[in-house]
Design a protein around this ligand. Structure first.
Ligand SMILES: NC(=O)c1ccc[n+]([C@@H]2O[C@H](COP(=O)([O-])OP(=O)(O)OC[C@H]3O[C@@H](n4cnc5c(N)ncnc54)[C@H](O)[C@@H]3O)[C@@H](O)[C@H]2O)c1
Length: 357
């Protein structure tokens, strides 16, 4: 019997990530319903995905379609209410990031989930992109050594489309909505949560309300560290997310995005000419030692879909095996705690200490 899945929130992430991801595992799950307050979203979903059970409220959807798991793909301010409804109706939850707006909400959801004996998993799917999971496998290997320092960056130009709807109206913007992925990957790669965070979110443009610039440093109790810059004032080429991880013996560079590139040049120190050709669909990870490099992983054209599908599969496997699923609510609490600590640090101008887990 396939697991029955229903969706609250039929917007962009439902159409571009979740429904395509669920289609990849249609032998394991059946999408039995969806709901949205917006009539156009309901009609479009019904037509495009041929889903019969489309409703305007979660309550009606749950009553009529009896799902095992509810995917919550509404704006972040609605996640708490929708998680509560789903758990209280006896469903497991697959919730989009950023999980909640504060830690008190997470704690309440964890308690309701524990009482109802239902699981909550957050779609921190970046961990399951090939480029990131392969990198994680190499951390601690003889080839790479221990991970010592990581830095990451994004350059992005907001436009009317990217700021439409709720995104354009939230004051905690980039660190909350996108920074979630970076903090979660930092926790994943280092295998622990940092104990100190210092964040700077300058607003060098008049009337700039949201945090379009994030300059964040974190440190671990053993001295290892990570830094990232999310730059949405960039007017140059966009880089969705580049990460460099420095190990004892090598560096790994990952990036999300496609490229077709032919490079010809000279390594100045060795005075050696080089020619390099590459075709990437959705992302690449490369292990580098000096000027030598090798590709360790590539992702398909829509890495978000593929990674969400993989995480969802792990979730349903855990339900069947009665084990604790990855990216569960308790784990995702630590990622949210870092996001909130970054805003606290940016507002006070002081580092924030985080209790070691
Ligand atoms: N994991 C990822 O890679 C990723 C990528 C994009 C977005 N997201 C997350 O997905 C979530 C949704 O983002 P989006 O881009 O799809 O936004 P969106 O605005 O395109 O879609 C949200 C949908 O929720 C509906 N909605 C709002 N309130 C509702 C309610 N009370 N009941 C039912 N439906 C309601 C809206 O009508 C809309 O159709 C956000 O949390 C976002 O951060 C995650």
């Amino acid at each position: 019997m396939p697991i029955r899945v229903a969706i609250i929130g039929l917007g962009a992430a439902a159409h571009n990530i979740h429904l395509p991801a669920y289609a990849m595992i249609r032998d394991k799950i059946a999408v039995v319903g969806g709901c949205d307050i917006n009539e156009n979203a309901r009609n479009y979903t019904k037509k495009k995905w041929n889903i019969e059970g489309i409703y305007s409220t979660p309550e009606e959807m749950i009553k009529k379609t009896r799902p095992d798991i509810i995917s919550i793909i509404t704006p972040p301010a609605q996640h708490f209410e929708h998680c509560r409804i789903a758990l209280k109706k006896g469903c497991h939850v697959f919730c989009e990031k950023p999980f909640m707006e504060n830690l008190e909400q997470v704690d309440e959801i964890v308690e309701i989930g524990d009482q109802a004996k239902r699981h909550v998993v957050v779609n921190n799917e970046f961990r399951y992109m090939q480029i990131h999971s392969r990198t994680k496998e190499l951390i601690g290997s003889p080839e790479f050594g221990e991970l010592r320092y990581l830095y990451a960056w994004q350059t992005f130009t907001p436009n009317a489309h990217s700021e439409a709807g709720w995104r354009g109206n939230i004051e905690k913007r980039v660190c909350f909505e996108f920074g979630n992925h970076v903090f979660d990957l930092i926790r994943y790669f280092f295998g622990k949560t940092p104990t100190k965070i210092f964040a700077h979110m300058p607003k060098p443009v008049p009337d700039m309300k949201a945090d379009l610039l994030n300059i964040v440093s974190v440190e671990f109790s053993d001295g290892r560290a990570a830094t990232f810059v999310l730059d949405r004032l960039s007017k140059g080429p966009e880089r969705y997310l580049d990460i460099r991880l420095n190990g004892d013996h090598a560096t790994i560079h990952t990036f999300i995005g496609g490229e077709l590139r032919c490079q010809i040049g000279i390594h100045t120190r060795e005075k050696m000419p080089f020619i390099h050709f590459d075709f990437v669909k959705g992302g690449k990870a490369e292990l580098q030692v000096g000027n030598r490099s090798k590709v360790i992983a590539k992702d398909p054209l829509n890495p978000f879909k593929a990674a969400t599908s993989l995480l969802f599969t792990k979730y349903i496997d855990a339900l069947k095996d009665k084990t604790i699923p990855p990216c569960n609510a308790k784990d995702s609490r630590d990622t949210l705690a870092l996001i909130l600590a970054a805003y606290e640090s940016a507002s006070s101008g002081l580092p924030v200490m985080i209790r070691e887990q």
